[in-house]
Ligand binder design. Structure first.
Ligand code: GDD
Ligand code: MN
Length: 374
């Protein structure tokens, strides 16, 4: 696989790109040269550049992109270190170009690059702000997706269509094109969590977007593997909640609270179980249940809420310890505040809830400083 060497007579050689194609890529080494070749073939009449955003993939994707970039200056690389995330990769790729029009597409050739020309032409007509490569409009298709994934995708689609004021047939698509100034207008409201950057953008612009869709059929991946796992659902939920509550609450806090809620369930489950075993020793049971629930919160937060900066090895052990300390102080605060309010004639509910609320904020703030510090 050789880099498509830039031949003389390419359109507008030496002039700035009019279209930037932003490609998030993680472990896509063997797809990268194929994609560059395919894009070059698909856009003979457009001055384009392609910006790969790699998160330090272990397979050396960034090295491969650099190799191609040496042969063709239209190829560019953003090599991020110590971070992961599809949405944030797309955002940073878009921010790194001067081209007036940007497209986002996957590196794995599942998005059909042959419609890029049609998308660019459609946007050029000037009556729309966003063109989406869509699997759900007439002429589009899901390719070889499993029934389960098709059903899940449809469900998520229906949900997000309620969320955005912009009617998009395929809001979950990772394949779209828009003017850069439109993207910039969405920037202050972006959540940038998870995988759904298009949905995020469409829900974040001050004005509803005017949208056109160009159909394509989702291809089957030939090289490498999908990074989607059960956690995308979690991230999707976080994105929806963040969009619903606006920017008052940080998405990570929402994740933290959701995990905390599961902790309550874990606590009671453990307590009930131990009560069966230890009989009347409530103190022991309560102590163990607290430890179990705190640990479960710690591990879930590490996997979900702080997915992008997950602690491992010795860091994990230290993290567990600091989290327990933070939560112990939090629990003390909780008891003190609630007791104080209750003594000052507030109802039982108000006192208890105030205690819980203050503690949650405390635990969140302190664990973000001492446990997942970055
Ligand atoms: N930089 C970076 N960092 N890139 C990532 C990361 C990450 O953490 N995770 C995934 N990617 C890249 C992949 O390398 C690929 O180019 C693209 O993002 C999509 O990831 P896949 O793992 O191939 O996802 P998929 O095929 O299951 O789903 C895709 O297609 C759907 C339909 O268009 C995604 O784009 C979905 O968002 C989209 O809905
Ligand atoms: Mn894919």
């Amino acid at each position: 696989m050789n880099a498509p060497l830039r031949s003389h007579g390419d359109v507008g050689e030496g002039l700035p790109a009019e279209l930037a194609i932003v490609v998030p890529a993680y472990n896509e080494k063997s797809n990268v040269p194929l994609l560059v070749e395919a894009v070059a073939a698909a856009l003979p009449d457009v001055r384009w550049e392609i910006v790969f955003v790699d998160d330090d993939s272990p397979d050396g994707t960034a090295t491969e992109v650099r190799r191609l970039a040496l042969a063709d200056p239209r190829v560019r690389v953003i090599h991020r270190y110590g971070r992961r995330g599809l949405s944030s990769a797309c955002v940073e790729g878009i921010m790194a170009t001067a081209a007036p029009v940007v497209a986002v597409m996957d590196a794995d050739l599942q998005h059909d690059e042959r419609i890029l020309g049609a998308m660019f032409a459609r946007l050029g007509q000037g009556d729309v702000d966003l063109v989406v490569g869509s699997r759900y409009v007439e002429g589009g298709g899901m390719g070889e997706w499993s029934k389960r994934r098709v059903a899940m995708s449809r469900f998520a689609t229906a949900l997000s269509q309620r969320l955005t004021r912009t009617p998009i047939g395929d809001p979950m698509s990772g394949f779209f094109m828009l003017r850069r100034d439109i993207f910039l207008s969405a920037l202050p409201n972006l959540s940038s969590v998870g995988f759904k950057i298009l949905l995020d953008i469409a829900a974040s612009t001050p004005e509803p977007l005017r949208v056109a869709e160009v159909p394509y059929t989702f291809r089957t991946r030939q090289h490498g593997e999908s990074k989607m796992d059960a956690l995308v659902l979690w991230e999707y939920l976080q994105l929806l909640l963040d969009k619903m509550f606006g920017h008052i609450i940080p998405p990570r806090f929402i994740g933290f609270v959701m995990v905390g809620t599961t902790g309550v369930i874990v606590h009671f489950a453990t307590l009930l179980l131990l009560r069966e075993l230890t009989g009347d020793n409530f103190r022991t049971a309560q102590t163990i249940a607290t430890l179990v629930a705190t640990s479960s919160n710690f591990f879930l937060n590490n996997i979900l809420t702080y997915r992008d900066q997950r602690l491992k090895g010795i860091q994990l052990a230290i993290g567990w310890l600091t989290f327990n300390i933070v939560c112990s102080v939090g629990a003390l605060t909780n008891v003190n505040i609630a007791t104080y309010l209750f003594a000052n004639h507030h109802t039982l509910w108000v006192s208890a809830l105030a205690g819980i609320a203050v503690t949650t904020v405390w635990n969140y703030a302190m664990s973000s400083i001492f446990t997942w510090r970055k």
